[in-house]
Ligand binder design. Sequence first.
Ligand SMILES: *[C@@H]1O[C@H](CO)[C@@H](O)[C@H](O)[C@H]1NC(C)=O
Ligand SMILES: *[C@@H]1O[C@H](CO)[C@@H](O)[C@H](O)[C@H]1NC(C)=O
Ligand SMILES: *[C@@H]1O[C@H](CO)[C@@H](O)[C@H](O)[C@H]1NC(C)=O
Ligand SMILES: *[C@@H]1O[C@H](CO)[C@@H](O)[C@H](O)[C@H]1NC(C)=O
Ligand SMILES: *[C@@H]1O[C@H](CO)[C@@H](O)[C@H](O)[C@H]1NC(C)=O
Length: 801
Amino acid sequence: MGSSVAFLFLSLLLGSADSLPPPQISFLLNSSDRPLIHFRPDVSNTTTLLLSNDSSTLYVGARDAILSLDVSQSDVISLKKKVMWSPSEQDRADCANKGKNPAVDCPNFIHVVQAVNSTHLYACGSYAYSPHQAVIDIERLSVVHQDGAKGRCPYNPFERSSVVIIDEELFSATTTDFKGHVPQISRFLSKDGRPDVSLDSSIKLLDEPTFVSSSLDPAGQKLYFFFTEAGKEFSFVNELQIPRVAQVCKDDVGGQRILQKKWTSFAKASLLCVSSKELPFNILQDMFTLRPAEGANTRETLFYGIFTSQWSRQAESAVCTFSLQDIQKVFAGSFKTLEKERYQQKHSQRHNYLGKCGLSNSSDSELLRVKTNYLTSQSVTPGKQMVSLEQKYSRLVVMRTQAANGKHYDILFLLTESGLLHKVVSLDEGPRVIEEIQVFKQPQLVKSMILSSSKGVLYVGSSEGVTAVPVARCLIYRSCSQCILARDPLCGWSPTRRTCTGLDGSNEDLVQHLEGSSMGYKCQQILKDHEVFVHLNEAVRLQCLKPSKLATLRWSFSPTVNLAENQLIQAADGSLRFFASTRTLGSYSCEAEEGGVSEEVVRYRVQLAASPRHLSTVNEESVSKSPEELFEDIGTEEPTYTLIKTEERSQPKRNPKGDPEQHVTTAKGGSFSRKTQSIQDVSGFVEVFPTSRKDSKSMLKPREEPLEQRSYHSELVVVSLLLAICILVLAFGLFRIWRQKKAGSRSKRLLALEDGSTTNTSEQICALSTLVQAGQDQTIIQTSHTDGSALESDLSPESGH
Ligand SMILES: *[C@@H]1O[C@H](CO)[C@@H](O)[C@H](O)[C@H]1NC(C)=O
Ligand SMILES: *[C@@H]1O[C@H](CO)[C@@H](O)[C@H](O)[C@H]1NC(C)=O
Ligand SMILES: *[C@@H]1O[C@H](CO)[C@@H](O)[C@H](O)[C@H]1NC(C)=O
Ligand SMILES: *[C@@H]1O[C@H](CO)[C@@H](O)[C@H](O)[C@H]1NC(C)=O
Ligand SMILES: *[C@@H]1O[C@H](CO)[C@@H](O)[C@H](O)[C@H]1NC(C)=O
């Protein structure tokens, strides 16, 4: 009972975890923005992957076959060789007779593909529920030898196991029987005449374990196995699962009288992955060993684990890291003693030899103590913790990269059962999910990932084939601020080439801003001035769209004459409003700032109109056009104003979970596609673009969905009526305002605008000028310039280049 209390108490003591935010960008499987390379072979269940030493060949264990794939090209994966390895008719019949489903269970599903040496591969497959192993010649990719291999890989094709070959010796952690009830950790193919060793079977050292992975320590002495098992030391909870790490010494040969041909070095410890708020994450899904870069201290080796909770009702998971040092410390500490099928904590004396390698010649009494003292008193506590309350991750790989600032960052690739790959970077201010990439369609029970750090490619194997995912595609960030604000350590902005590019070791100074908020980098945009022609005393509104919700906008005006402070009003929606006067003519620039990065979004040049303006009519010619096209050929003639309804530029795609997905297609407009913002930004607001009469013909290139004339005209009538009423009602008010302005008191009234929300503001504007907002979708611009009636020019920017 004491230990159970300690378990719960500890979970309260541990620090809280960072939560993973939603992804910044998502890509569906076939996205052309984030192309993947697929290989769909004519065999299925391509789920066991092994990369050759030079990363040019991928060996794939599939159903009844082993393939070698040429992955040396960056844009295509091609089949080199294939060897079929399937059970005989008789084996399949036997499998079916034992009650197994012939199609689902009785082929040979390859569990293990490992390199024995430079000339041969080792493979182990379920082989019709009768595990078999094969030695394969790499050159010809042919099976040179095969036989039964009980205890080296599981009978059940869906069961996980962990098998690794080190120096031509085979270490396996798997169940060894048909029903999958008898677990074993063994060494086979032992060299130099030493015996094969396995777990002492007189004691239940493991209890229904699910093996996940294994890792050799950097000194090459100890092999760690990671798994989850039933936790019998906590008798108060039935069926409690406990994640564990177990160790054996690679060169263990067993005892002389006691523990003959059994591990004298077996020990296990609990792994803790709990944060203060949640229930413990106690089921280990995957564990990745991140080895330090060459030359660095091997003690910096980190283990990244994905955990889920046996009590969770929703999709959630956690990532916890464990240091090699912490694991070593726990195994060097004290052990509990198994007595009468209970673990007891004996406080008497510590035994230095427990958990050590080289006990083969130890005394019988020492080995007898080893037999019952294999569970450590302490648990391994996590370092960094991250929790996702939305995703149930099931596989991970991690790469360490050096950013432009010289600092190292770990980039995690987390895969869900349903095929979403999340690329996560852990920054000081918390983790960020840089991208979400769909890598397969159907949920997959069996799948795997392998990373080639040298090539920067991640390979995903599933029953849908093999998919190569480049670890980054910096070109998806089309502007400087997008590139920097993505905070991807693998991407940086090249000011000279004006492109977002990978950190490929070139000496070019790339701009990156991963941490902190005040870098103060200004992205240099090449923007055209938008010409705005105004009449004196006209109400002018210059629009500026936020590139992202988080951005703040700032206007600047030049020449900086001494304008009274309140003569330029920045409304809540970011637009700038003022009444045209000789002093307000000039250049206006709107800058967006976010996270220490600023970027000019739009520039206007406001000048006096040469001649009286005419009422612009919204006619059938006013078909919308993309902003780029519009501004390419601005004429120099007398301007007119054309009403443009921005189309929904793209429908928000849905990802399999049903969340609105972000898209990068808005990059043309210079706007970011952030999850929360993308829908609002495309929701059909009205923009007015300056153009010239002369060029209005050139605007006729219709889009796919031009405005419908009929509905437009009918609304125009209604709105015109409203407009007329509004003009009448407000003419008086405006006249007064105009007079007040002359009296110098106008600015105070305008100031009130700043406080209004966006919708309120537009109503107040109606009261000030003659802008009529008839509902959300339509805006009518009154451009007559009879005395006393002002004019509102809505100018909507093209914010790209
Ligand atoms: C990807 O698109 C191509 C052509 O558009 C289609 O043939 C293919 O089936 C798609 N692949 C997937 C996995 O959706
Ligand atoms: C093999 O692939 C099929 C789909 O092609 C899938 O339904 C099945 O679960 C896979 N079996 C294993 C053992 O991975
Ligand atoms: C590699 O291993 C295979 C299988 O164990 C063996 O037959 C072969 O001789 C080994 N080759 C070398 C070069 O050691
Ligand atoms: C890869 O390199 C390791 C060690 O350098 C070697 O033991 C192994 O046999 C090699 N594998 C292959 C497939 O060449
Ligand atoms: C155990 O003793 C044998 C012979 O007495 C010796 O050859 C062997 O090296 C010893 N093993 C260890 C691990 O000390």
